[in-house]
Design a protein around this ligand. Structure first.
Ligand SMILES: [Zn+2]
Ligand SMILES: [Zn+2]
Length: 123
């Protein structure tokens, strides 16, 4: 992925840019991600300061999904956009690959929490 990749939520109010390289990508199959995103959740990790919200920052709400992490979504359209730690390694934020504009320039490297995956699909 070239730095400068852009993305947005479904309604387009929240728009963002990734100013740095993607650290890693993965697709999380845990029950929380599946409930939150409707299916497993592919994301790209970037340094927190490299995620630049270019429009609609006031429409982002953070849901504390566990004692260790919170999930950012659009209060207008409900898009599941960001995941970040609230303790431990808070240096990065996971960004929904599905929200990136195409061509995204990224590939999912890894499937995680596969043991928790849903019973309705195969990997
Ligand atoms: Zn939206
Ligand atoms: Zn997950």
């Amino acid at each position: 992925m070239a730095a400068g990749q852009t993305g947005q939520c479904l309604c387009g109010d929240i728009r963002f840019r990734l100013d740095g390289e993607v650290i890693r990508t993965n697709a999380c199959h845990c029950a929380q991600c599946r409930r939150w995103g409707g299916h497993y959740w592919p994301s790209a990790d970037v340094d927190q300061e490299k995620l630049v919200i270019t429009h609609g920052a006031e429409s982002i709400a953070w849901y504390e999904s566990s004692e260790e992490a919170e999930r950012g979504f659009c209060i207008v359209c409900g898009s599941s956009l960001f995941w970040r730690r609230t303790r431990g390694d808070t240096s990065y934020v996971s960004v929904a690959i599905g929200a990136l504009n195409t061509p995204t320039g990224v590939k999912v490297d890894k499937h995680i929490f596969v043991e928790d995956k849903g019973d309705y699909y195969s990997i």
